[in-house]
Write a protein that binds this ligand. Structure first.
Ligand code: NOJ
Length: 589
């Protein structure tokens, strides 16, 4: 078997599908598996190597599907296992691999394990599959300690018989106890189930939280648990060393298959620990989220690249590059907001969202210009690049969704005004057909009413058997400005961001990925004029013994173009041939 067939993931372009918002084949307002199959031609045309499906399992949607009721089934609203098999067949026929999302830190509270834990009561083996503890206070009325959930509020929830269970995310997502053999067995069966169905790999949710230490000290002494990603070696909840043994056992399962299955860890840990998750005897790859966290500052991107490449080298893997995903505000918006250094990433975007996009001006033209430059900078790098659905259409964050139409628990759990608006603004159903325009909604005329049109999202005529004659409104409302971003409009426009994505991906595949060489060198200052701190410039070996030089200008003045022939530019070069600000280029020599 050719090396690329085995290690295809090392330099893949992976497209993240958030299934409930990609395409709706049956007209119920919720994207589904057949909708993804209907989009495979579009994805093949885009030039991606794999899709990663966010959870499509039965779920009560307490957290966008990351509250899984049954890990070995398809949510009936999204289709059937037969539909899933058809999707795999269609994807593989186009040489597109399929990665599914595994959520091992927690189940839904409707999962059969949790239901059995509730029924069996304190002290039972069923309860041991989760993390139940007695409460504090005279009658156990206080939570076991002060740990906070990532979504706000206490991380402990009390059940009827008085015990409390741990949930690092929503209360509907009880954390599993990975020391229990049933838990291990359940996930090993699940991994084999999907491998046997032909999936090529897994994205492992919250991979750094499975191993926990709740016994070495009294729980209330652990009250001040350091945050995730703090790099503290004695953290009882996050990034504990014991977690790696779990992934080594998973690797043995992945290696039973031909070719071995691949996995990528979602692990918010310090860069020096990322490499452990990515090592070849564990998951193989880990997300580097530093691009997705960075504002438009060259120094932040340079650090991200240096850390990503060195972590990949230490682990014997390749790096990953991510500009956006379903958890962060869309980058075309982030780059169009004022760029100020803040103490936490996305602070300004979160604040802007909380106030429905009113606090700062969103310069969309600038955001788009920078998003194009960012793509060119990203796609020249060695390793895998993850595209989040809709970024190829240049979608912006939808900041104005009314609060009573939001779905994300981050928003629903938080008191309005002192928290965050959540992640729905990047999860709005995609626009496919500009002409399928909905009427302005009575509750806000800048949104569609959903029932008279959905920009082709629910398009029974295009992709549905058994489709509802009148589609239901998309599960999140689409703003009318989506029309300008619809797939059909952008496909027909050679200057659209979609056409740009296609050209960049084709060049990457032809010139860079095809060499199998993952080396990358910084271009020295002499080539860049006198403002190198505002420039990211690197060079890569290209097919035919040539070299591709990538230059991205984050500064406020043009910089000289490198030697060679211009391959592609994210915006026109200046009249004197230099690279304008907020522009990226690839030259070849
Ligand atoms: C990470 C996922 O990306 C996010 O969407 C989810 O809310 C949490 N994990 C909890 O599963």
């Amino acid at each position: 078997m050719a090396i690329n067939a085995i290690e295809w993931w090392k330099q893949a372009v992976v497209y993240q599908v958030y299934p409930r918002s990609f395409r709706d084949a049956d007209g119920d307002g919720l994207g589904d598996i057949r909708g993804v199959t209907a989009g495979i031609d579009y994805l093949a045309e885009l030039g991606i190597d794999a899709i990663w499906l966010s959870p499509f399992y039965p779920s009560e949607l307490a957290d966008g599907g990351y509250d899984v009721i049954d890990y070995r089934a398809v949510d009936p609203r999204l289709g059937t296992l037969d539909d899933f098999d058809e999707l795999i067949t269609a994807a593989h026929a186009h040489d597109i691999r399929v990665i599914v999302d595994i959520v091992p830190n927690h189940t839904s509270n409707k999962h059969r394990f949790f239901q059995a834990a509730l029924a069996a009561g304190p002290g039972s083996s069923e309860r041991e599959r989760y993390i139940f503890r007695p409460g504090r206070g005279e009658h156990g009325e206080l939570p076991p300690n002060g740990w906070m959930s990532c979504f706000g509020g206490s991380a402990w929830e009390r059940v009827e018989d008085g015990e409390w269970y741990l949930h690092l995310f929503a209360a509907e997502q009880p954390d599993l106890n990975w020391q229990h053999p049933d838990v291990r067995e359940e996930f090993e069966r699940t991994l084999r189930f999907w491998c046997d169905r032909g999936v090529d790999g897994f994205r492992v949710d919250v991979a750094h939280a499975l191993a926990k230490d709740l016994t070495s000290r009294p729980l209330d002494e652990l009250d001040q648990a350091p945050k995730q990603g703090s790099g503290n070696a004695d953290n009882p909840l996050w990034d504990r060393p014991e977690v790696h043994e779990i992934y080594r056992s998973w690797r043995r399962i992945f290696n039973e298959y031909e070719p071995p299955r691949f996995a990528v860890a979602e692990a918010w840990v310090t860069p020096d620990h990322q490499r452990l998750y990515a090592s070849p005897d564990e998951l193989g790859q880990v997300f580097n989220f530093e691009f997705a966290k960075a504002d438009w500052f060259a120094a932040d991107f340079r650090r991200a690249i240096e850390e990503g490449l060195s972590c990949a080298e230490l682990s014997g893997s390749t790096s990953t590059w991510v500009l956006s995903n379903h958890d962060v505000p869309r980058h075309a918006t982030r780059y169009g907001l004022p760029q100020v250094k803040a103490s936490t990433h996305h602070q300004l975007a979160a604040d802007w969202l909380l106030r429905d996009g009113t606090t700062y001006p969103e310069d969309r033209a600038l955001g788009t210009r920078r998003a194009r430059a960012a793509l060119l900078m990203e796609m020249g790098l060695p390793g895998s690049a993850y595209i989040y659905q809709g970024e190829e259409l240049g979608l912006f964050e939808v900041a104005t969704i009314p609060w009573d139409r939001l779905e994300d628990p981050q928003a629903r759990r938080a008191a309005h005004g002192d928290a965050i608006k959540g992640r729905d603004g990047c999860r709005v159903p995609l626009p496919w057909v500009a002409g399928d325009i909905p009427q302005p909604a009575a509750w806000d005329p800048s949104f569609g009413d959903g029932t008279t049109g959905s920009f082709g999202f629910s398009a029974p005529a295009v992709c549905g058997r058994d489709a509802a004659p009148t589609p239901a409104a998309p599960h999140l409302p689409q703003p009318l400005w989506f029309a300008a971003h619809a797939v059909d409009i952008e496909r027909a426009d050679a200057d659209s961001i979609l056409s740009f994505y296609r050209r960049v991906l084709a060049l990457r595949s032809e010139l860079l990925t095809s060499t199998g060489d993952i080396s990358c060198a910084w271009v020295d200052e002499a080539t860049l004029g006198d403002t190198p701190e505002h420039v990211i410039a690197y060079e890569r070996p290209a097919s035919g013994g040539r070299v591709v030089v990538s230059v991205t200008n984050f500064g406020s003045a043009p910089v000289p173009a490198p030697a060679g022939e211009l391959l592609i530019a994210s915006a026109p070069l200046a009249d004197d041939g230099s690279v304008p600000c907020d522009t990226a280029v690839w030259f070849i020599r």
